[in-house]
Design a protein around this ligand. Structure first.
Ligand code: PLP
Length: 420
């Protein structure tokens, strides 16, 4: 199917043709330990379609040069492609202005940038930063660091037994002292989809700014930062079928313009003297040094690919997989799903009370099934549910029901190996 045909299919609400999609991903067509690979670790990182691989290869082979500073032809071409990628990102999340798109290493760096630069300049002793109990460490630790530096206080909104954010508690905790609210759009440990629009309304009513961790949502759902109403949105390229080492921070222009630099170096300055320096306007102010040029261009290719299929079609496909998996997993004796929130997407975490998740992961690996086992960089979630770790199956646009059947067959095998 051509890109144009895919767009038409997506616009008509057509089902995603998963067999065709799979052909675009070379990594899926290999055997692992003598079995066909079943890759269900997409929340950690996703495989790359051929078009992204070819784009990376082509740019390094033929169009490669440093951006912005060159007057020569290759540099101009590289700059054009790099800036075109910025425009693709802008359109992908419906940001008003491409100068609001800052290329960073990933979600982690984006949140550290906001915490250090924005948080570092606005937070005063006694101010509060409100996060939730379901955050990834990347949306906890940067806030702890800046709170320590500024004397601000970190507050945590609780989640209930099913993994829903307790909205009343969030509302109670969000008050006049709250300067920043930082929430995940979609939890990587529980699959909970947060009501970001509502959280933004509550936060804005108190004059707080909202940072959204979109690492898991951006590859799975249509994201519209203007409709969400948030102030900052962060995501990673490698989970979005693009390269590693590239990610995006979107921020409202007036906020970026008022923020001090995060790192110093080439490209981010207006003028440098030994007496002092002045800063370039955003986004250059926040892109010190040679950026990940080909990473950004590869991310642009991944975005083109996803938009060719349609984020709505991807969301529907993954939702159907999630429902199918949730039902099938319920049939495995002794298996308990951790995270049954009202709104979920993309992944399912589970435990056996008598089998360590690492054993589950290892046995599944011998069946060719790749899942993640561990704390998923969300230790407070593990503490909340009194488990050392969980196993997690996470889906992508290229996964199939047959692959979930293979997961479930593997889990029956795990169960029988440990008795019962
Ligand atoms: N936030 C969430 C919800 C995540 O799932 C992840 C990665 O798993 C991150 C942040 C960090 O992303 P990265 O390691 O790409 O910076």
């Amino acid at each position: 199917m051509s890109t144009a045909e895919r767009s038409v299919a997506a616009a008509m609400g057509a089902a995603l043709d998963v067999e065709r999609v799979r052909r675009d991903f070379p990594a899926l067509h290999q055997e692992v330990r003598g079995r066909p690979l079943v890759y269900l670790d997409n929340a950690a990182t996703a495989h790359k379609p051929q078009v992204v691989l070819e784009t990376i290869q082509r740019y390094y082979a033929m169009d490669y040069s440093n951006v912005h500073r060159g007057v020569h032809w290759l540099s101009e071409r590289a700059t054009e492609a790099y800036e075109a990628a910025r425009e693709k990102v802008r359109a992908f999340i419906n940001a008003p202005d491409r100068r609001e798109i800052v290329f960073v290493r990933g979600t982690t760096e984006a949140i550290n940038l906001v915490a250090a630069s924005y948080g570092g300049s606005v937070l005063k002793p006694g101010d509060e930063v409100l996060i939730t109990e379901m955050e990834h460490h990347s949306n906890i630790v940067p806030w702890q660091l800046v709170c320590e530096r500024t004397g601000a206080v970190l507050r945590v909104a609780p989640i209930d037994d099913d993994g829903n954010l307790v909205l009343e508690a969030f509302e109670r905790l969000c008050g006049e002292r709250t300067r920043i609210v930082a929430v995940t759009h979609l939890s990587n440990a529980l699959g909970t989809l947060n009501p970001v629009r509502r959280l933004v309304e509550i936060a804005h009513a108190h004059g707080a700014r909202v940072v959204v961790d979109g690492a898991q949502a951006a590859p799975r759902l249509p994201v519209d930062v203007q409709a969400l109403g948030c102030d900052f949105y962060a995501f990673s390229g490698h989970k979005l079928y693009g390269p590693t080492g590239i990610g995006v921070l979107w921020a409202r222009r007036e906020l970026l313009e008022a923020m001090p630099p995060y790192q110093g170096g080439g490209e981010m300055i207006r003028q440098v003297t030994f007496e002092g320096s002045t800063w370039a306007p955003p986004p250059a102010r926040f892109e010190a040094g040679t950026p990940h040029i080909v990473g950004a261009i590869g991310l642009g290719a991944a975005i083109d690919y996803l938009q060719g299929i349609g984020l709505e079609a991807i969301a529907r496909h993954e939702h159907a997989l999630l429902e199918y998996a949730t039902e099938a997993l319920a049939e495995v004796p002794g298996l308990r799903i951790v995270g049954n929130a009202r709104e979920r997407a993309g992944l399912v975490s589970f435990v056996f009370d008598d089998i360590h998740p690492h054993d589950v992961g290892t046995i599944l690996d011998h069946e060719g099934v790749a899942v993640r086992a561990g704390h998923h960089c969300a230790m407070p979630v593990m503490q909340r549910y009194c488990v050392p770790a969980t196993a997690r199956a996470s889906f992508a646009l290229y996964n199939t029901r047959e692959e979930i059947d293979a997961l479930v067959a593997g889990l029956h095998k795990v169960r029988s190996m440990f008795g019962r």
